[in-house]
Design a protein around this ligand. Structure first.
Ligand SMILES: Nc1nc2c(c(=O)[nH]1)N[C@H]1C(S)=C(S)[C@@H](COP(=O)(O)OP(=O)(O)OC[C@H]3O[C@@H](n4cnc5c(=O)[nH]c(N)nc54)[C@H](O)[C@@H]3O)O[C@H]1N2
Ligand SMILES: Nc1nc2c(c(=O)[nH]1)N[C@H]1C(S)=C(S)[C@@H](COP(=O)(O)OP(=O)(O)OC[C@H]3O[C@@H](n4cnc5c(=O)[nH]c(N)nc54)[C@H](O)[C@@H]3O)O[C@H]1N2
Ligand code: SF4
Ligand SMILES: [Mo]
Length: 677
């Protein structure tokens, strides 16, 4: 019997697609984009079109397992759920008894964007036992903090309204790879005459299709924003009326940017002064204009204030007034769900700790595992993440994971590097197999997914596992045994006008429901900034190039490395596929840098610095600026010839705002390998 069911893509992507699943006799046979959904528009990206290969992969984990070999060996034996839960309950309790509950650390990120599975029962569980709290900084906190510093709210231009724009700037945003459902709206705008500009240190797929590509020096975006503001104020191109009504600090900003002349900014950004003049004038004089900013810009030590400064551009020009004008980094705050009712932070007061627990920054996991005392981390529960691959300074992370006195649980779908280091591995469901609620950070539709396919083997959802674990630990508080539907109702339990009229029943019927927003949604056309006015304050806004971490670092490691997202990947989620090795096993070099080092396309090369080394194949094609190398992120370290991942090169340095990771600020040297290693 053939049926169609509905689901939602749970991958960490702004598009949050609505999916139609074709099911024959309980077996999924095809995934399609829902043609009814106004942003999905009937298509899925290539990697999710073939997601059923992942769903039914012979490499899926199907049973709980206990480690039998040395840590990291990946040698396991199948055990029962009872044995797994008993062991975990006993080990977490022992750690809490001996070292205090904060010796337990949860570690999770974007494996699923489902609110229940990634931000729901897990939070309740860890709050209730008094575990350390994880500061989830690995992706977006710098940009969020920068955006909030200027706008107050994390609202953005609606994806569907990009078609009304006449100038679209993709600023550190590889739209065709990481946000492909925005593309059709850009195509529509261009058909109507819009220009499309890219600001990126890498000639990515999106830059290839731009009317103009500005090759910017990584980490210098804040200087460029200040330079553009310089020209705008100097030439009187600001919207004085908008500024007077809806912003504060415009005079201070005008004074600050006076020193950021195109000539000075050119030295930092590598973009010619004449080009900066031209870009500023084109931006300020074209209506409507929109900036699609993505998170690439904020993965460096100036990243938070870079976003803060860029967010000032559509305010100073008054671009927000018009349909198709403004900026989009994230639209997520518009969802205004009752997150506190889902996560229940007050359960901490009911924990043995009796107070809010300490906070551990996930971008410094190496330090947390190796250096934290009072108490040390004695047990770690990993879900929706693969820290051995994705976290900075992965050699130190590995050293931490290797500790004999650390008890590690990994809840996974595949045998990742992190799972190799586990003591207990638990098999979990995919998004096609469990209930969840999804917001989006790129559109304004709230979506519900019910299980479309049966879980294989003994897989269970995160939500179910945390319920079972609570019971095994003798925790019977009703909040830890709430049903999926109760948790969704808790999220919807708010007076916020954006959610008025949205109920679980309606979500079940309609699958996706637009937030109760005006149509069109122009969040800042008439002010509307949190606190009344946009803040153009100048504190922390001065630009300083990123200083070296160690004296002489730049001489030894003269190349700046970035590691933007691979096209057919989702961080390390698809790394089980052999085909991905071709895309993630390369480093792009500029021909000048390659020539100096005697490197040709196809050569095996070693990319290294004081922290680590990784072996890759060179691709010499002028896709980066001289002095900049790019490695597509990310694959399982165990798939690299030397077993070491790209993030062995990355430092634990944090961003200026938001405590974020600085993946795209990394100095390396590249050397030809003389023997295939
Ligand atoms: N196919 C695919 N899609 C994905 C992902 C994936 O792994 N693969 N990952 C998902 C996740 S977790 C996220 S956070 C989003 C991220 O989505 P994006 O932010 O669009 O992706 P990134 O590749 O991180 O960065 C975007 C661009 O910023 C550029 N960039 C790097 N440094 C700088 C800089 O200093 N200045 C400027 N102007 N540009 C810079 C990079 O070259 C890249 O082209 O994508 C999501 N979607
Ligand atoms: N060098 C470099 N490093 C980076 C980045 C970069 O651009 N360059 N990007 C950074 C960014 S932006 C991000 S967001 C992080 C991403 O880091 P992570 O969020 O850790 O991303 P993934 O590597 O995709 O790992 C997610 C894992 O969750 C599992 N999973 C999926 N669904 C579920 C579920 O329902 N339950 C459980 N228990 N597990 C599930 C998947 O099988 C997968 O192994 O990486 C960061 N690291
Ligand atoms: S990864 Fe993004 S584009 Fe691909 S199906 Fe999922 S939400 Fe859509
Ligand atoms: Mo991310």
């Amino acid at each position: 019997m053939t049926e169609t069911r509905h689901s939602v893509c749970a991958l960490d992507c702004p598009d949050a697609c609505s999916i139609v699943v074709q099911v024959e006799d309980g077996h999924g046979t095809k995934l399609r984009g829902n043609p009814e959904h106004p942003v999905t528009r009937g298509f899925l990206c290539a990697k999710v079109t073939k997601y059923l290969d992942r769903e039914y992969s012979p490499a899926r984990l199907l049973h709980p397992m206990r480690r039998t070999g040395p840590k990291g060996s990946g040698e396991f034996t199948q055990i029962t759920w009872d044995e797994a839960l008993d062991t975990i309950a006993a080990r977490l309790q022992a750690a809490a008894r001996e070292w205090g509950p904060e010796s337990v650390l949860p570690y999770s990120y974007g494996g699923s964007m489902g609110l229940l599975n990634a931000n729901g029962m897990d939070r309740r569980f860890f709050h209730r036992i008094g575990a350390s709290r994880l500061d989830r900084t690995i992706c977006a906190t710098a940009g969020s903090a920068g955006l909030v510093a200027t706008q107050g709210h994390r609202y953005g231009v609606d994806t569907v309204d990009f078609s009304h724009s006449r100038l679209i700037i993709a600023w550190g945003a590889n739209i065709l790879t990481t946000n492909v459902h925005l593309w059709p709206f850009i195509v529509e705008a261009r058909r109507a005459g819009a220009r499309f500009i890219v600001i990126d240190p890498h000639r990515n797929k999106t830059a290839e299709l731009a009317d103009r590509h500005y090759f910017i020096q990584p980490g210098s975006d804040k200087a460029l924003a200040l330079g553009l503001l310089h020209v705008i104020f100097r030439d009187g191109l600001q919207d004085a009326d908008y500024l007077a009504r809806y912003a504060e600090g415009a005079e201070d900003l005008e004074a600050l940017v006076r020193e950021y002349t195109p000539g000075r900014v050119a030295e930092w950004t590598g973009i010619a002064a004449a080009d900066i003049e031209e870009l500023a004038r084109e931006y300020a004089n074209t209506r409507p204009s929109v900036i699609r900013l993505n998170y690439g810009v904020q993965r460096n030590p100036n990243g938070g204030t870079a976003v803060q400064a860029i967010a000032m551009l559509p305010i100073v020009t008054g671009a927000w007034r018009e349909l198709g004008g403004g900026m989009q980094l994230s639209t997520s705050q518009a969802f205004a769900l009752n997150r506190a009712a889902l996560e229940l932070p007050d359960l901490q007061l009911r924990s043995p700790l009796g107070r809010p627990a300490r906070i551990v920054n996930m971008s410094q996991l190496g330090t947390a595992l190796n250096e934290l005392t009072d108490p040390p981390v004695k047990a770690m529960v990993v879900y929706c993440s693969n820290p051995a691959a994705v976290a900075p300074d992965s050699n130190r992370v590995r050293k931490g994971l290797a500790r004999e006195d650390l008890f590690t649980v990994v809840m996974e779908q595949f045998q990742t590097d992190t799972a190799d280091w586990a003591d207990i591995v638990l098999p979990v469901t995919t998004f096609l197999e469990h209930t969840d609620l999804y917001l989006s950070y790129g559109h304004h539709y709230l979506q519900l997914a019910r299980p479309a396919l049966p879980p294989p083997g003994e897989c269970r959802s995160n939500v179910e596992i945390f319920r079972l674990l609570a019971a095994r630990m003798g925790i019977h508080d009703p909040e830890l045994h709430a049903s999926d539907d109760d948790m969704i109702r808790a999220l919807l339990d708010t007076d916020h006008p954006h959610l008025r009229g949205i109920t679980l029943e309606r979500l079940d019927r309609e699958h996706f429901v637009r937030l109760n927003l005006p149509s069109p949604f122009l969040p800042f056309a008439e002010g509307g900034f949190a606190g009344g006015k946009a803040r153009l304050g100048t504190e922390g806004l001065r630009y300083e190039p990123v200083p070296e971490q160690h004296a002489g670092e730049r001489e030894r490691y003269p190349l700046q490395m970035i590691s933007p997202k691979a096209h057919d990947a989702m961080n390390s989620t698809f790394s089980y596929r052999d085909e991905l090795d071709r895309e993630t096993g390369i480093v792009w070099l500029h021909s000048e840098d390659a020539r100096k080092r005697g490197i040709a396309s196809g050569d095996a090369v070693r990319v290294f610095n004081a922290r680590g080394a990784v072996t890759l194949h060179a691709e010499v094609d002028g896709k980066t600026r001289p002095g900049v190398v790019a490695i597509p992120s990310l694959r399982w370290p165990k798939r690299s010839p030397n077993g070491s991942g790209l993030n062995s090169l990355i430092s634990e340095r944090l961003t200026d705002l938001g405590g974020g990771a600085t993946f795209y600020s990394c100095l390396v040297e590249v050397q030809k390998c003389h023997d295939e290693q």
